[in-house]
Ligand binder design. Structure first.
Ligand code: SAM
Length: 240
């Protein structure tokens, strides 16, 4: 009896800790592998820091279209007039107004970001390009883009996925937001290519993106390697 009591006293702090802070089954916390990482790992990949709104000018740099062929990217996306397109991690809205022109007045762009400062810059840019009527800025949460269920034809996520602090939860929510048959387009700098001048944790291999999607209700469609620096990796939500 005395032994049992001693054992309870010995293990009590561990038991209480386990109840108040259950171990996270998805993520692993280690020391950061370099200064760009947050020390949180998902399926063997270290997540990078979020790019702050101070980086908006870099997103809007005039040479971006030439260097990244963003024109080809927008052209290649599986979307049409009247579509509802979610721009996840829309930042300054570099893609949002281009997508808005493509969906026309009958379509809509749901531009999601977690930084209110980015959304302010985005709103000004949409005004300048005359597409404010078609672009809805949405302040998302780190685990939730706050999109209506089964409402989206295409979710575009350019240079964002690698910095999602909760990639599993965010992808679950994106899948929920897709219409059956809807598509997610992941655009990430190619980690396989050492010539792509981007920091290691801000690039991803095609293999890693595919691996991380295996836990979601998504079908791999294809990878378009038509851009100088990035993969376009397409997945589809199964039709009902
Ligand atoms: C490198 S910028 C890319 C912006 C834009 N997609 C582009 O290519 O011009 C990454 C953006 O993702 C946003 N972001 C990071 N985590 C997010 C999340 N969980 N939900 C929505 N946006 C997020 C950041 O705030 C930042 O604006």
């Amino acid at each position: 009896m005395q032994k049992a009591f001693a054992a309870i006293i010995f293990w009590l702090p561990t038991i209480l800790l386990a109840i108040s802070d259950p171990p996270d089954p998805i993520y692993e916390q280690r020391s950061p592998s370099n200064r760009d990482g947050i020390g949180k790992f998902y399926m063997g990949r270290e997540i990078s820091h979020v790019m702050g709104h101070q980086g908006a000018a870099w997103l809007e740099r005039p040479e971006r279209e030439r260097d990244e062929r963003t024109d080809l990217l927008v052209e290649a996306l599986p979307m049409k007039k009247g579509d509802i397109v979610a721009d996840i991690g829309a930042g300054s809205g570099y893609f949002a107004w281009r997508l808005a022109k493509k969906v026309g007045t009958s379509g809509k762009i749901l531009a999601v970001d977690i930084q209110p400062e980015m959304l302010k810059i985005l709103e000004a840019n949409m005004e300048n390009h005359g597409v404010s009527d078609r672009v809805k800025p949405i302040l998302g949460k780190i685990t939730d883009p706050k999109l209506p269920n089964e409402s989206v034809d295409l979710a575009l996520i350019v240079d964002v996925y690698h910095e999602l602090s909760h990639p599993y939860e965010m992808t679950q929510k994106m899948v929920e937001a897709l219409k059956p048959g809807g598509v997610i387009a992941f655009v990430e700098y190619r980690s396989e290519d050492p010539m792509v001048p981007i920091k290691r944790l801000h690039k991803m291999t095609e293999e890693q993106v595919k691996k991380e999607m295996t836990v979601h209700d998504l079908e791999y469609v294809e990878t378009l390697d038509i851009l100088p620096q990035q993969h376009i990796i397409l997945f589809k939500k199964p039709e009902k």
